[in-house]
Design a protein around this ligand. Structure first.
Ligand SMILES: Cc1cc2nc3c(=O)[nH]c(=O)nc-3n(C[C@H](O)[C@H](O)[C@H](O)COP(=O)(O)OP(=O)(O)OC[C@H]3O[C@@H](n4cnc5c(N)ncnc54)[C@H](O)[C@@H]3O)c2cc1C
Length: 302
């Protein structure tokens, strides 16, 4: 491994001004669970590594009247148990609890999961279902971007065969916060992941869904997000339109599930995994919808 300089800023301002002065060859490290593998495999050859670990101002979960806000340095162990997340974004709590092992969840951060850009990052499909927005800062200012528009597909596979996306973040920027709307009354979400048994790393399919209901039990708003079935996680607008304005009868669920499967087929039809994934995604989507309906019934009698 080539020698590199190591810098551990005490706060965000220090980190941003360092990056502003020195952007080439600089890599950020948060939990290190992804980037250490990239270093080990010589996939990256940094000149400087900047450790974000001491930036405590990026480690929080808060809610105000409108939004839930998560600092980019927050670990999955914190997110999966957090009361604000459990109340407002059950899908994200469930996704966080499925990331790797306890050791990985204790180190791995939500910011790292997003910026690393894997098509199968567990938190990402849950966050797309929440319509999450990213707050990104540099020494010269701040910008916001919707998570769904954050990635650009990379045509080349990575050293491990994974299609890593080109995250829309510059070398002198830091992802600081992820925020999304608080759950409205009668709004629920859920997440499921299909992964290899006994394997820790890659998800085969992830599904995150958020649904809001009106007083007549019709779906007033829906977001269906998929991961690992395309170059990056995405939402399935055509399937959302099938359920919006309807009661979730068996026929509506079947129509929705079949549409999700058709979209997956169209996105990955050239892949060997397509026949398996287009069928499996149906079961997973059905499971997530049933989980939301079950949870809704439970909350109504609570
Ligand atoms: C054994 C194992 C199992 C795993 N299992 C899963 C799994 O089940 N599901 C899953 O989704 N992932 C899994 N992962 C991947 C990894 O743990 C997650 O992606 C994790 O969230 C990465 O976070 P981190 O803090 O460790 O990121 P790091 O490795 O520190 O950084 C990852 C990337 O993000 C950048 N970065 C980090 N923070 C910021 C920031 N605030 N602003 C800008 N750039 C930033 C870094 O520069 C780097 O490019 C696994 C990894 C391992 C080794």
């Amino acid at each position: 491994m080539r020698e590199f300089e190591y810098y551990s800023p005490n706060n965000l301002d220090e980190a941003l001004s360092f990056l502003g002065d020195k952007s080439e060859g600089v890599y950020l490290i948060a939990g290190g669970t992804d980037i250490m593998l990239e270093l080990h495999n010589k996939f990256i050859q940094p000149e400087v590594i900047v450790n974000l670990k001491r930036l405590n101002e990026l480690n929080y979960i808060t809610e105000d009247d409108e939004y839930v806000r998560i600092g980019a340095n927050t670990t999955f162990s914190t997110i999966e148990k957090n009361d604000i997340i459990l109340r407002n974004a059950r899908a994200l709590a469930q996704a966080s609890s499925k990331v790797g092992s306890t050791q990985i969840r204790n180190l791995g951060t939500i910011g790292g999961n997003i910026v690393t850009g894997s098509a199968c990052g567990d938190s990402v499909s849950a966050l797309v279902a929440m319509d999450a927005v990213l707050v990104i800062k540099s020494a010269v200012g701040k910008r916001e971007v919707s998570l769904e528009n954050f990635y650009k597909p990379n045509p080349e596979p990575r050293y491990d065969g994974c299609y890593i996306n080109l995250a829309g973040i510059a070398r002198d920027e830091i992802l600081c916060e992820i925020y999304f709307k608080r759950a409205a009354p009668k709004e629920y979400s859920a997440f499921r992941k299909l992964g290899k048994r006994k394997a820790l790393a890659k998800s085969i399919i992830t599904v995150g869904i958020r649904m809001a209901f009106d007083d007549d039990n019709r779906v007033s708003n829906c977001r269906i997000a998929l991961g690992a079935v395309g170059r990056h996680p995405y939402s399935v607008t055509s399937a959302e339109q099938i359920v919006e304005g309807k009661k979730m009868t068996d026929d509506v669920i079947e129509a929705c599930v079949n549409e999700v499967s058709d979209v997956v087929y169209n996105n990955i039809r050239d892949r060997a995994s397509c026949p398996f994934k287009k069928e499996s995604v149906k079961e997973l989507t059905r499971e997530v919808i049933n989980s939301i309906l079950g949870y809704k019934s439970y909350k109504e009698v609570e």
